[in-house]
Design a protein around this ligand. Structure first.
Ligand code: FAD
Ligand code: MLT
Ligand code: ZN
Length: 548
């Protein structure tokens, strides 16, 4: 427990910023891996990948049944037969899965909200094999779902009906790293944490970090244009990805892995694939520009009394911490209560409960300089009454523990049975209003109570990457139900649209938001999207029933 080992070192008025007693390691880096840790599951680490094994017999309902009113199987797609399986065996030998039990993990999503009915998973080992598979599927009109680490949060990575799952997990080699330019070239199936550890050995860092790093793939994060915890510092993947290798539905291999920083000859095609969620091609290789790894990390966790104060602290942090600020995350009290129950642990800030909490990470090259800057900043924030109480990690363990109170919110939100997730961009001043509006609506419907297990909803909680204007509204439920979903949708999307926000800041559209895209995009934009989809995938075999 962090709080127990700390001692007060600075005091401003009646408030204090507490520091843990041990000095922070100069090389401290957060290697926090949130694993595939759904409720009622145990974790087994196998060959650097987490797999789920269920201790509960509860099965996830079939997407096709839960959403029968929204989606029917497209009869243009051929049903798999023995001849098809024979063909895939001829190119992949035994790198396929047909057994229903073994397919379960790949048919179900991380939230245990969606379940498909695929009868076949293919694990190619080379880009050429992916090309052969897609050409065959396109000719025969067999539908395909590309799958990375299956950590996506919008039902995009699993089939809806009997689509073939094309897993990238066996295309997983680091291709090259240039320590002068900082350019990493790797296969799409490399796990994000593996790539980052490889880079750490060379003194570099992957320019994206997220809680699912122990399971998600580099190709998966590019396919979803994931944002994560350090977008504030390193920017979007549209900036750092320099080139891609991708296979189009007809088997054509597109390759822009040459990775020039500057190249203004024509359309920059790689951007079409970043965030395309497996709808127009299968990414097999990624070339990405990686920054030097910071030498010194600090994490401060603060209690704040209002949402207005959260915004003000952010504004001040940007100015005063400027180049060393690498993450600024906010969490509401209810999200922290859920994490407390999940971790079975006391909160690191012990003095009282606060309506909001903020996690600030700094990273730079000079520990003394960063410490001084952070302490001055926090001292002023407390003097100004913006921060009520706070704690600064003093070693790597404490640093990880503080991050745990942020990174475990996804798991904690669904530990009671499920979670409806809304990942939205909203202008900062209105951002938390959505959480309040959602709770008011759930209360008016009489379906929410933190303690009373007879109510389907536990609470709507809010947290997220406030530095990016990105709110995660998680509605923690005791079970998924149509009645709860109807209270939330399209209400949430309408609310976001009324504030000129986006219904997906970083998780994407997938199956969940396919029918709601018009809340964020105009008719003209949607038509252009459809034109692109039709151009690259005229038979619609790639990830059908989703995205657009
Ligand atoms: P999958 O889940 O397997 O697939 C996601 C989508 O991409 C699917 O549509 C799939 O068809 C497609 N796809 C996957 N690989 C390929 C490929 N090689 N070629 C073409 N299409 C492909 N997201 C954020 O943005 N920020 C976060 O902070 C964040 N934190 C998370 C924390 C947790 C605990 C979890 C479970 C998820 C989190 N996510 C976050 C969601 C995020 O989308 C995924 O973690 C990650 O980007 C998906 O990678 P994956 O390899 O698991 O892809
Ligand atoms: C996060 O920021 O924790 C992720 O986007 C995942 C989530 O919200 O569940
Ligand atoms: Zn996020």
């Amino acid at each position: 427990m962090i709080g127990a080992s700390r001692s007060v070192i600075s005091s401003v008025g009646r408030r204090t910023i507490a520091k843990c007693s041990k000095p922070i390691l100069s090389s401290s880096v957060r290697y926090l891996s949130t694993t595939l840790n759904n409720h009622n599951e145990s974790k087994i680490r196998v060959k650097n990948q987490y797999i789920r094994s269920y201790s509960s017999s509860s099965t996830v309902p079939l997407t096709a049944e839960t959403y029968a009113d929204k989606v029917q199987r497209d009869e243009r797609f051929k049903a798999l037969d023995a001849e098809d399986i024979q063909y895939f065996k001829s190119i992949l030998n035994d790198s396929i899965i047909e057994n229903e039990d073994d397919l379960l993990f790949y048919n179900e999503d991380w939230m245990r909200k969606y379940r498909g009915q695929s009868k076949l998973l293919l694990k190619p080992k080379t880009t050429e094999q992916v090309s052969q598979i897609l050409k065959y599927c396109n000719d025969k009109k067999l539908a395909v779902v590309p799958q990375g680490g299956n950590t996506g949060l919008v039902g995009g990575s699993i089939p809806v009906f009997d689509e073939i799952i094309l897993s990238l997990s066996s295309i997983n080699k680091i291709r090259s790293f240039d320590s002068v330019s900082g350019i990493l070239k790797c296969d799409a199936g490399v796990i994000l944490e593996t790539a980052d550890q490889y880079l750490a050995d060379q003194g570099y860092i992957f320019p994206l970090d997220l809680g699912a790093k122990g399971s998600c793939h580099v190709g998966g994060v590019v396919a979803t244009n994931a944002g994560g915890l350090r977008l504030l510092r390193y920017g979007s993947l549209h900036g750092s990805v320099l080139g891609l290798e991708a296979v189009l539905p007809d088997g054509t291999i597109y390759n822009s892995m040459d990775s020039l920083r500057k190249d203004n000859t024509g359309y920059d095609l790689k951007h079409l694939f970043i965030g395309s969620e497996g709808s127009i091609g299968v990414i097999t290789g990624v070339s990405i520009l990686c920054p030097a790894r910071p030498q010194a990390f600090n994490v401060a966790f603060l209690g704040v009394s209002s949402y207005e104060a959260v915004q003000q602290v952010f504004n001040d942090a940007r100015k005063e911490l400027s180049e060393i600020l690498s993450a600024f995350e906010f969490m509401d009290l209810n999200s922290q209560r859920l994490v407390g129950q999940y971790l079975k642990s006391d909160h690191p800030i012990e003095s009282a409960e606060y309506p909001f909490y903020v996690l600030i990470e700094t990273s730079g090259s000079n520990k003394d300089h960063d410490d001084e800057k952070l302490e001055t900043f926090l001292g002023t924030a407390m003097e100004n009454g913006l921060v009520e109480d706070g704690i600064i990690a003093q070693d790597e363990t404490q640093l990880k523990n503080l991050w745990n109170w942020r990174e475990n919110i996804p798991e904690a939100s669904q530990m009671n049975g499920g979670v409806y997730k809304y990942d939205v961009s909203i202008p900062l001043k209105d951002l938390y209003g959505l959480v309040e509006a959602a709770n008011e609506r759930l209360e008016a419907a009489g379906i929410v109570d933190f303690e009373d297990a007879s109510k389907p909803v536990v609470k709507a909680v809010g947290y997220g990457h406030i530095g990016d204007g990105n709110l995660h509204l998680n509605v923690a439920v005791r079970q998924y139900s149509k009645a709860v979903e109807k209270v939330l949708e399209p209400f949430v999307y309408e609310w976001v649209s009324s504030k000129k926000g986006s219904i997906s800041a970083e998780h994407g559209l997938g199956f969940q938001k396919k029918n709601y895209i018009s809340y964020s995009k105009s008719d003209i934009e949607i038509k252009l999207f459809k034109d692109i989809k039709k151009h690259y995938d005229p038979n619609g075999i790639l990830n059908p029933y989703k995205y657009i």
